[in-house]
Design a protein around this ligand. Structure first.
Ligand code: GRF
Length: 266
């Protein structure tokens, strides 16, 4: 068995993907071990899954932080290394109601920075090579991302998303796929960047949607594939086979587009 990479996980809910990763690591199907599980939600069942395997857990209760900082967040809670201008410049999220309103955007990023600094403090106890978001339902801001991706050429936050990106980013990928009438659905593992579900794609799996499918059977089909895909992508990372490359393509109208892509070596 090769050297095992250390994987940290963030979850918000049931943690079936986390379970798939734990199972794959315990049975040596992947060269990885889960070194911590963190959650924004104290009720997340995934925390119990981790505890069953004696994996350290922690909670940063986002809801409480958001409630306690209603109005302007107390400046003395902000991490010292937080720079609002950098966050605003780097983010590529559509902040819906916040994007056009400087006061709302400031509040949004300050509250997230307080929560994310708490996450980073907890995570500091457990050195890791790769951070996997496994049903973590909070958007991460540039403040957090930059402190994990300390070397910008080495992306080390992965997410799993319930659609074939770039279609249907956002919170309800399977629902959006189903309601659109798609004949194929799927799931995507990608590295996290400053946008919402926009980062370079590591792997995808697809399934057929037939006329007798319901939203529930679509979710079931998708989740089963997620449980295969996430461990496979973690293994590619463990084998050091994921290379982030820039490619420039010339469109038919003559303009050049530059893309950041994941190339799989070997
Ligand atoms: C999965 O569908 C995942 O793609 C999405 O949230 C769901 C989490 O499921 N991000 P679980 O908590 O891993 O069971």
């Amino acid at each position: 068995m090769a050297h095992k990479i250390r994987v940290g996980a963030l979850i918000s809910g049931g943690g079936s993907n986390l379970q798939a990763i734990i199972d794959a690591s315990k049975s040596n199907r992947i060269d990885a071990r889960v070194v911590f599980v963190g959650s924004d939600n104290p009720e997340a069942y995934g925390l119990k899954r981790a505890q069953k395997h004696a994996i350290p857990t922690f909670v940063v209760d986002y809801r409480t932080i958001i409630e306690e900082t209603r109005g302007r967040p107390p400046k003395n809670l902000l991490p010292e290394d937080f720079d609002l201008e950098v966050c605003l410049r780097r983010t590529r999220q559509r902040l819906s109601d916040a994007s056009s309103d400087r006061v709302k955007a400031e509040r949004y990023f300050c509250i997230r920075a307080i929560a994310e600094a708490a996450l980073l403090r907890e995570m500091a106890a457990y050195p890791f090579d790769l951070l996997v978001l496994a049903g973590f339902m909070r958007i991460l801001t540039p403040y957090f991302i930059d402190r994990v991706n300390t070397d910008p050429s080495q992306l080390r936050i992965m997410n799993i998303h319930p659609s074939l990106l770039p279609s249907f980013p956002g919170a309800d990928g399977y629902g959006d796929t189903y309601r659109y009438g798609c004949k194929v659905g799927g799931c995507t593992v990608h590295f996290v960047d400053y946008g919402e579900d926009t980062g370079p794609i590591v792997g995808q799996k697809a399934f057929e949607i037939t006329p007798d499918d319901t939203i529930d059977t679509v979710r079931e089909k998708g989740l089963k594939l997620e449980w295969q895909l996430y461990p496979e992508c973690i293994q590619l990372f463990a084998e050091n086979r994921l290379q982030v490359v820039f490619k420039t393509y010339t469109l038919e109208n003559g303009t050049d587009v530059k893309r950041k892509l994941v190339q799989i070596a070997g």
